[in-house]
Design a protein around this ligand. Structure first.
Ligand code: ADP
Length: 462
């Protein structure tokens, strides 16, 4: 298996490489530009200088005496020779006035050789050589002679010039090294900033996977994607924590719900076995009822599991909600009659695409609650309508209602209001959970509005 490289290393290396390439290109370009510009400058400078020298010579002629100031020309010529310019001065009749080579041939050759060697060593590609320029010497517009100035063309540089260029390149090199060091440091800092939350997220997810659901990511991250990542992890931890609480509560609730009827049955049977109690049909009926409650609870749980399992299969068909409500109402005829309750179904025929049996289960659960929690002589109203947001089935009663604080909880598993607990209404608090799960499996919703003492209204929207 290939060895995995750390993200921080890859990031720092990547950034460093990028900066390195950029600096290399910039340095190279700067170096070439500076050299080129400097050479151009030297070339122009040399041309100007040779012209200046010629001009200086023209002032050393005394027209009245028809004489050249030879002393000065000599000093001037030697000075120029030291700079790399070899002078020859002629008068208007082409007679030589002064010639550097004539004057000191050895020195001239030495100067020329030095320049040639230096340039060939430092600029071998230049292929330069000595050229001679001729300048007319004039005084008050009149030609008095001419000068020949020889110098190394296209340009030549002395030790100082080369030294100057070298220093410039060294400065560039130092800047480059400093920038690379800076880039590596910045890269490492940036990489750390990016990888730190990722590493922390990794640790957090490991903790969560080990069952520590209370862990949360608390840090101020300024990178959007990383913040989204940590937020998703926090959401996941939240969801898992909720699931865990629910799972624990479910186990406790099931145990609690089973304990009461089981204790009842076992004490009843114990008393009868020990002969303390006569096994009267009434007592046996009691035991039977309790066992019925247990069976009911188990089948409720089974149904809930089925419905809450992720791929609840719905056998969909066109269902008329109005006739469905009427059918369910008819099923409750006996209970309704017992409590002298009226049940009216109103509205219109509304067709939905759904699982008829399961939708019937919803209405049964809602209606059985309405019957349970409405006092003798009360009224139950079922209204079926096509609304803008979908098909609606509303079951309204004028029963005991639900306390405000219980409203958000009644759809939870095993949740019952205090009243319903003390009244032993028989339900285990699963009916509404099942109804809501079925509504949601159909892509719909089940909501409640209620006022204590006045009644409740459950709305199924599909
Ligand atoms: P149960 O099996 O106890 O009826 P449900 O999940 O169907 O469980 O209902 C949960 C609780 O909501 C009930 O115990 C009751 O306290 C309250 N409730 C449900 N429907 C009504 C209603 N129509 N009127 C008053 N309270 C109701």
């Amino acid at each position: 298996m290939k060895q995995k490289r750390r993200l921080s290393t890859q990031l720092s290396a990547g950034i460093a490489l990028l900066v390195l390439t950029t600096i290399f290109i910039i340095s190279l370009a700067a170096n070439l530009c500076i050299n080129y510009q400097f050479e151009k400058y030297m070339e122009a400078q040399q041309k100007n200088r040779s012209k200046d020298i010629a001009e200086g010579l023209s002032r050393q002629y005394d027209a009245d005496a028809d004489e050249w100031n030879l002393d000065y020309i000599h000093g001037y010529g030697m000075y120029a020779l030291n700079e790399g310019y070899i002078l020859k001065v002629y008068d208007k009749n082409h007679n030589m006035v002064w010639d550097a080579e004539n004057h000191d041939m050895t020195l001239c050759h030495q100067v020329m050789e030095n320049i040639r060697l230096r340039m060939e060593e430092n600029r071998p590609q230049l292929e330069g050589d000595f050229v001679t320029c001729r300048y007319d010497l004039e005084q008050s517009g009149e030609r008095i002679g001419y000068a020949e100035v020889s110098y190394y063309s296209p340009y030549y540089m002395d030790e100082d010039d080369f030294h100057f260029l070298e220093s410039l390149n060294q400065i560039l090199f130092v800047i480059g090294i400093l920038s690379i060091a800076g880039a590596v440091a910045a890269g490492m800092f940036l990489a750390r900033r990016i990888t730190k939350p990722i590493t922390k997220t990794m640790e957090l997810t490991r903790e969560i996977s080990e069952g520590n659901y209370t862990m949360r990511f608390e840090s101020d991250i300024r990178t959007k994607e990383l913040q989204d990542l940590t937020q998703s992890i926090n959401h996941m931890a939240n969801a898992l924590e909720e699931q865990e609480t629910l799972r624990k509560r479910l186990t406790t609730d099931v145990a609690h719900e089973l304990r009461t009827p089981l204790t009842n049955v076992s004490t009843h049977l114990e008393m009868m076995i020990e002969g303390v109690w006569e096994p009267t049909p009434e007592r046996l009926q009691n035991c039977y009822d309790e066992i019925g409650r247990i069976t009911g609870l188990v089948s409720d749980l089974e149904r809930l599991r089925q419905i809450e399992s992720e791929n609840l299969e719905l056998k969909k068909e066109p269902v008329n909600l109005f006739s469905l409500a009427q059918e369910v109402c008819a099923l409750f005829e006996a209970e309704l009659g017992e409590k002298h309750l009226s049940c009216q179904v109103e509205g219109e025929a509304v067709l939905v695409d759904g699982d008829k049996q399961r939708l019937q289960q919803v209405v049964v659960n809602l209606l059985s609650n309405a019957v349970k929690f409405t006092g003798v002589g009360g009224r139950i109203h079922i209204l079926v309508r096509n609304r803008e947001e979908g098909a609606a089935l509303v079951i309204e009663d004028n029963g005991i209602g639900i306390p405000k604080e219980d409203l958000p909880l009644i759809f939870e598993r095993f949740y019952r209001t205090d009243y319903s607990r003390s009244r032993k209404s028989g339900g285990a608090g699963i009916g509404l959970t099942i109804a809501k799960a079925i509504a949601q499996a159909h892509g719909g919703s089940l909501t409640v509005e209620s006022e204590e003492g006045k009644g409740s209204r459950f709305t199924l929207l599909l």
